[in-house]
Design a protein around this ligand. Structure first.
Ligand SMILES: Cc1cc2nc3c(=O)[nH]c(=O)nc-3n(C[C@H](O)[C@H](O)[C@H](O)COP(=O)(O)O)c2cc1C
Length: 314
């Protein structure tokens, strides 16, 4: 089985990826949060920093691009190639209103003629030197769209088709559509990777028992919440409070060192607690308190109380 870690814009940047891989079992592949080519066709400094090989030593990362202009994607991908990467991932899944309105992310799935031409042009520009994978949703408003979408993907030689088995309309809610994944397992000409709602070992096992042909899975919010999820899936270890505390403390110290200003550090820590709070009993109440803290001193006091008073959920 190949294990991917899902991209999380604003969260799973290189500092996070490195630290998680230091404290817990690392994923085989990390797809980066999306990079949007700009009009100058240069990669923003912060995006560049995120994918620089020296910032991702010992991690296998695949830079992700989002856009709807093949020429911009090809230009940016070529700069990524120059940095030493032979593969990019295309984002056909972002559900955000502003992104979709510009026919980017999941918005690209709205017009399959356009999508086909876009993929054709990207392949023409990159096929001799780069592999291309896609991370997609199964439709915009209805899973009935999936057959036609898959037919378009089948015309191209993708290194992988990562399927977040929801339609755009669902954002991150509702149950992933396993029938759509099953259809892809049977009908995709490209290797497929499953993504969606794998929060526990039991979720993972149910997926594998239902679809024994599955060869790769992408862990998302489940592994953000429980950074030891992959270890638990492999039967190598378990999350405990000491390890979570050590991970937290090093992350806080690192963000203090790398980010500018107390508010920025506080904001980043609050963002990750949205997920971490899920693994603690009474985590919800503490997440609210963490959200209200206005300084790092206040934050630290709430976090200390959480670690003293809450247990990791079974
Ligand atoms: C805050 C947030 C940021 C995300 N950023 C990205 C992104 O940059 N690129 C992408 O392909 N998916 C992104 N996703 C989607 C996740 O990678 C993943 O596909 C989704 O959470 C479903 O998997 P899960 O149910 O295992 O979490 C994001 C999701 C969230 C909640």
């Amino acid at each position: 089985m190949k294990y991917y870690f899902a991209p999380f814009e604003g969260i799973s940047w290189y500092l996070y990826r490195n630290l998680a891989a230091k404290h817990f079992e690392a994923a085989d592949v990390y797809v980066t949060p999306f990079i949007a080519p700009n009009q100058m066709r240069s990669i923003r400094e912060s995006d560049k920093k995120d994918i620089l090989p020296e910032n991702n030593r010992n991690l296998h990362i695949i830079p992700q691009l989002i856009g709807n202009r093949a020429d911009e994607i090809v230009d940016t991908a070529n700069q990524i190639y120059e940095m030493g990467y032979q593969e990019i991932n295309l984002n056909f899944g972002c559900p955000s209103g502003t992104v979709v309105a510009k026919n980017k992310g999941a918005g690209i799935l709205r017009d399959l003629y356009f999508m086909e031409k876009f993929l054709y042009d990207v392949f023409e520009g990159l096929k001799d030197h780069m592999k291309i994978s896609v991370k997609t949703r199964i439709g915009v408003t209805d899973a009935d769209e999936w057959e036609d979408i898959l037919q378009v993907f089948n015309q191209f030689s993708l290194s992988e088709l990562i399927i977040h088995a929801r339609v755009r309309k669902d954002f991150y809610k509702g149950k992933p559509n396993w029938d759509a994944f099953s259809y892809a397992l049977e009908n995709s000409k490209n290797p497929v990777c499953y993504n969606g709602d794998l929060f526990s070992v039991a979720d993972y096992e149910k997926l594998i028992q239902t679809f024994p042909k599955t060869q790769s899975v992408m862990l998302g919010r489940g592994m953000l919440a429980n950074p030891a999820l992959l270890e638990e899936i492999k039967g190598l270890g378990k999350l405990d409070k000491q390890r979570m505390r050590a991970f937290h403390d090093e992350m806080l110290a690192m963000y203090k060192e790398h980010l500018y200003g107390e508010i920025t550090v506080l904001h980043k820590m609050k963002e990750i607690w949205r997920y971490w709070s899920l693994v603690f009993d009474k985590g919800d109440a503490y997440f609210k308190k963490i959200g209200k803290s206005k300084s790092l001193v206040e934050y630290q006091a709430v976090v200390n109380a959480l670690f003293a008073e809450c247990r990791i959920r079974e």
